[in-house]
Design a binder for this molecule. Structure first.
Ligand SMILES: Cc1cc2nc3c(=O)[nH]c(=O)nc-3n(C[C@H](O)[C@H](O)[C@H](O)COP(=O)(O)OP(=O)(O)OC[C@H]3O[C@@H](n4cnc5c(N)ncnc54)[C@H](O)[C@@H]3O)c2cc1C
Length: 402
């Protein structure tokens, strides 16, 4: 627990009940956000969030907190822009300081192909409501004076796109504010409660078996991050998700202010400065799918080399901490949300390396689906059956990973 949680957050813990209107499996950002929006937008509070460990103990408390909407396809731009907007008012709404900070995000291009890609990104973003412009190397240098535009004579900066709305927010505060907002309106959150099986009747999921007993509900939603295929195995259908580790690390304090978030799509790394002044970095997923939380030297070496080549000041800093999360990677790098082949059983998954930014909009849209039974337009493109219908939403270039 941090100071914020101990002194400020007001949780109302309850004993588990036998039946609820809605059971949400997984107390990460997406599960908690769905409970929050069910309570605040639809007045649905007979809801339980079941978390096998502790709130935010999955990827929602392990990420690098980048919020942005500079995606490459119209459906994604509109979806993530809605989340950017919701994040901007979330502090006022929850009356919690989430340390939300608008910083702007810069995506660097190091080849003619990457320049074309960033120009196209700026155009599609502008057309669909996200504020992104193409910028020249000179403008890159103005935004980030520390950058070596020659890229150590290896990766010259040839241009980039600048997304002014890019932001960060403190991840654990987001999780706990959403949990508190749902709980104070009557929703239950049960930590240390693991779903070990689903209770089915014909083609319906009607309940869950947990280490705290069986519970039943009219609607059951899986929001279990990288563990989703365990849940879909229990439900009896398959989804195209592979779980890959993703690592990140922070350095010690950098004495100067480093304002924007800087990313390179070709070199696959990104860097931002935390509120403590640490430099926070991440790169691509580990190639081998696994549930292994171990962090490795290979990642540190290769990410640091690429980052320090463009930002030489990083060489003088020391690495303080490194960690890993398990990401639910979809084949088209877009989320999978909504109904499933099993009645009463919904999923929100495929959040891979990009789901923190989507926590508000993911919760808002899943809550609307649960409350109305109708899939909101914003998430129709991300339905599971798109793979069967050959209507994938490929946007790999925007995921910041390969
Ligand atoms: C290193 C790293 C950096 C990242 N950086 C960013 C970033 O900068 N920007 C961004 O947008 N995204 C980022 N992401 C991705 C983002 O963190 C995730 O996509 C997002 O947090 C997913 O939220 P979630 O609620 O779906 O899953 P999670 O937060 O993982 O929550 C799922 C929860 O389900 C619980 N659970 C699992 N199985 C069961 C069960 N059987 N019963 C009960 N509970 C269960 C788990 O304990 C977990 O708490 C990053 C991820 C990592 C790992």
């Amino acid at each position: 627990m941090n100071e914020f949680m101990e002194k400020r957050v007001d949780f109302k813990w309850s004993e588990p009940k036998k039946t609820y209107d809605v059971i949400i499996i997984g107390g990460g950002g997406h599960g908690l956000s769905t409970a929050y929006y069910l309570a605040t937008r639809h007045g649905i509070t007979n809801v339980a969030v079941l978390e096998r460990k502790y709130i935010g103990g999955g990827n929602s408390g392990r990420n690098t907190t980048v919020i942005r909407a500079n995606y490459g396809i119209p459906e994604a731009v509109k979806f993530y822009q809605r989340s950017v907007d919701l994040y901007e008012s979330l502090e006022d709404e929850t009356e919690r300081w989430l340390m939300h900070k608008k910083k702007g995000i810069l995506w660097l291009a190091h080849s003619e192909a990457a320049v074309r890609q960033e120009r196209a990104r700026a155009d599609v973003n502008t057309a669909f409501g996200a504020d992104t412009t193409y910028i020249t190397p000179k403008e890159v240098k103005e935004l980030v004076p520390e950058i070596d535009l020659s890229g150590g004579n290896l990766f010259p900066v040839m241009g980039g796109s600048y997304h002014a709305a890019g932001a960060t927010a403190r991840h654990d505060r987001v999780n706990w504010a959403l949990a508190e907002g749902a709980m104070k309106r009557g929703a239950h959150v049960h930590q240390r409660t693991e779903v070990i099986d689903l209770i089915k009747k014909g083609n319906k999921v009607i309940g869950v078996k947990t280490n705290n007993g069986d519970m039943y509900a009219d609607v059951i939603m899986s929001a279990v991050g990288g563990h989703v295929t365990r849940l879909t195995d229990m439900a009896g259908f398959r989804i195209p998700i592979r779980s890959h580790p993703l690592q990140a690390h922070v350095t010690n304090h950098y004495a100067r202010t480093f304002h924007p978030i800087v990313a390179s799509t070709s070199l696959l790394f990104y860097v931002s400065q935390t509120a403590r002044g640490e430099m926070l970095m991440g790169a691509e997923i580990d190639r081998q799918p696994s549930y292994n939380y171990r962090s490795g030297h290979h990642y540190l070496q290769s990410c640091s080399f690429r980052a320090a080549t463009l930002l030489p000041f990083l060489r003088k800093l020391r690495i303080l901490r490194q960690w890993t999360g398990i990401c639910d990677m979809s084949p088209d790098y877009s989320p999978i949300m909504g109904k499933t082949p099993m009645d009463n059983f919904l999923i929100t998954t495929g959040w891979g390396t990009w789901g923190f930014k989507a926590i508000p909009v993911g919760g808002e849209t899943m809550a609307e689906l649960i409350a109305t039974g109708k899939t909101p337009d914003l998430i129709k493109p991300f339905a599971l059956d798109r793979f069967r219908k050959d209507r994938t939403k490929a946007d790999r270039g925007s995921a910041g990973t390969h």
